[in-house]
Write a protein that binds this ligand. Sequence first.
Ligand SMILES: [Fe+2]
Length: 315
Amino acid sequence: MNLPPAHRRPNTLGVHSLDRFVFSVPDLDIAERFYRSFGLDAQGDANRLDLCTRDSTHCWGSVFANGRPKKLQYLRFSTYDDDFDALAARFRSAGTCDPHPLSDGAGAWTRDPDGTPVQLVAGPKVSAAAKRTAEPRPSVAPGKGAAPSRKTAARVRPRRLSHVLLFTPDVPRQLAFYTQTLGLRLSDRSGDIIAFMHAPHASDHHVLAFAKSHAPGLHHSSWDVDSFDDVGLGAEMMRNDGYAKGWGVGRHVLGSNYFYYVQDPWGSFAEYSFDIDFVPADIDWAPGDHPPEDSFYVWGPAVPDDFVVNHEAPA
Ligand SMILES: [Fe+2]
């Protein structure tokens, strides 16, 4: 008897992974400096920068330069081979569009209600397949100091992309589209202000999230790190490299992850995340609608004034 893999939810049509996010910035050198400092393997050529993580050849994000202000270009989702045709039919029902000129042109294409192109490909699952715990740290004998010196602390290197959060003028409209067309599922929301979605075949609490704004845009990408210590160490590393603005360290309520957001050169953010909630393929997550004042963060410093400013589309 063929048993489905533990991370596949039976009789459920939906993408399994956010495979890649793609955006453009005015200057690629500035992007390369920022993401290398952040701990990613950022490599490419004069026109394109691919964002990879340690121990993996997967490209989680691509950055292009066009001299114009930062802009989200498209999202790419992946599915199991035998689900592709049925999902591609849903893309056709939603209305196909031409492949994005900065893409490989593969798979099926549509636009979400905000006009952002969405690509569907068949490919390996790259979203989390299990809840991961902290990397064990070497035990230190009583009577010895456990902390490294500042000089010997290892640079933080994220292990994978967790999620992206998009601005949108209409959170419920985006929720309906990504539910009906891609099979993502609501994890939690705060009314029509913010919402989080997971993939049905096991994933983090959210692979895609939406926050209300006057226009679409990319608010942040979030990167999973090995430990709570790495969240703080990453923040310090970025401050030392000149990226002083950010928010954290703190702990979210929805998703439960420990966070530090460092502001990127374009006013949006890259997040170090540790210990985000996980939704297995054999459990239905019970979505909640939470009061905003009690669901943003459990603890942490005051939120910076410009944390939810849409720099991609100034008001
Ligand atoms: Fe996040």
